[in-house]
Design a protein around this ligand. Sequence first.
Ligand code: DGY
Length: 323
Amino acid sequence: MSQPKIFITRLIPGPGLNLIKEHFPSPKIWTHDLPPTREQLLERVRGVDGLLCLLTERIDAELMDAIGSQVKVISSMSVGVDHIDLGEATKRGIPIGHTPGVLTDATADQTFALLLAAARRMVEGVDYVRAGKWTTWHPQLLLGADMVGATLGIVGFGRIGQAVAKRAQGFDMRVIYHDPTAESAYNAQPVDLDTLLRESDFVSLHVPFTAETRQMVNDQFLSSMKRTAILVNTSRGGVVDQTALHRALKSKQIFAAALDVTDPEPLPMDSPLLELENCIIVPHLGSASKRTRDQMSLLAARNLIAGLKGERLPHCANPEVYK
Ligand code: DGY
């Protein structure tokens, strides 16, 4: 049997790459730090049997046309699949692989890191020291928010939302959540969104990015939050209306925000959000621990290999493709 043609859109971590090479020795790999441009991507995917992509690649009908009908699998090294037109893939019989589960803890840790950093004004503190402004211990210097006894409102109570609730128990926080589809866990109490926004000291977003959640954090959402509240987003940037968020932060409608994700990514350097002291932004690092990225690469590799062998993907984002 001739070797299947494979294109991998970036140099993924060793465990996944080595596994692919054990099965199929010569995959084509885009080894540059920056992703291929759209034109380069459309060119490179032509005629491949398997594509391993990241969340930086838009996988839509045009791209599926460019690949061709011989394609057996598209495997994304990500749990989120909002960059992929799943309906179109299903229509064409293409199974889509993704990497659920393995990044839950890393993303929940990152959520807590951001929550604490915003609450205790960590970045302002670092900037203060680096700017040579630290002259004495001052009883009113950079006062932030307490965790113990505070209410954490989790919007979207799937795997990651629940892992955040678990961590909050260790901080003696009261946890409430809004997710009509989820059962309670870790003593979290289900509430409607208005109650969550009215009562939360911290609001953490864990919803998938869909037509329903696009810009759900808008003027109305933000004005329903406490003036002392902190917003944390480790889901997708498009869930937040960034213009509304800028207004809310600048006018102190809310106390602070900490964003792991923005829209677009990277955030342009002229974004007014970058001028605000009460807004922490990091470059989409939710799953960025060594072990987690190794595991993501392994899951993505397993999905790719299974698809190329005509087997059911271990983690398929569009299981209806098998019906
Ligand atoms: C994912 O896999 O969807 C995450 O956003 C990566 O950190």
